[in-house]
Ligand binder design. Sequence first.
Ligand code: MF3
Ligand code: CO
Length: 253
Amino acid sequence: MIDLRSQGDVDGMRAAGRAAARVLADLRRRVAPGVTTGQLDAAAGDLMSLHGCESACLGYVVGRLTYPGRVCISVNDEVVHGIGHPGRVLREGDLVSLDVVVRKDGFIGDNAATVPVGAVPEPLLRLCAATESALAAGIQAARPGGNVGDISAAIQGTVQPLGLGIVREFVGHGVGRRMHEEPQVPNWGKKGVGPRLLPGMALAIEPMITLGSPKIAMDPDGWTARTRDGSPAAHFEHTVLITEGGVEILTLP
Ligand code: MF3
Ligand code: CO
């Protein structure tokens, strides 16, 4: 069952998306060599208060685990759901993925970006650019009357020719009053396949792409997903709304 948003819901989703985007935009500017991921997590909490929203990650329960951070902060070979820590200092050359999910007036906004710390090697910049392009291609492929697979195929078609890895264990998702709703939005697939896209559907599209093998392993903390081969990963995400005329990105500042 895929929920469609009413006009009132759409206004709420727009406000939540904008707040999530503002927090992410402000947080990215705090990324610098010497900053700890614990400081970034604390800053995220302040920024959420500033922008009139709260963390949807803090206290998020999956099975027997409760997420302890305000935002997900994943460094280098960490793909997603990394946890900020006061002892984790960012160094020049690192890649840091920031995943900001907020709740505002009962609605969720979900967005992510991978940010270079100072000067980083060219291949890492290309990884980030390719992942951001894949997200853009996925969004462009979304239209009412199309299928979820159109988005998936556009993402796959962008990164696969470049020899990059597509993480399979995590996918994009429907979003609304809850962070994770139907449908799943995989980052690989075939055009014309999967659930039909209809006006009023809100989706979080989020390619997670690796420079080497896409195989991941979970850390003992139960949250942090990292590449098995130690290769760096990138993650870009927007929340979008399927409209009568096409697609609207909700997570723009
Ligand atoms: N954007 C991430 C996702 O959709 C955010 C997860 S928050 C966490 O999975 F609390 F579950 F870690
Ligand atoms: Co998400």
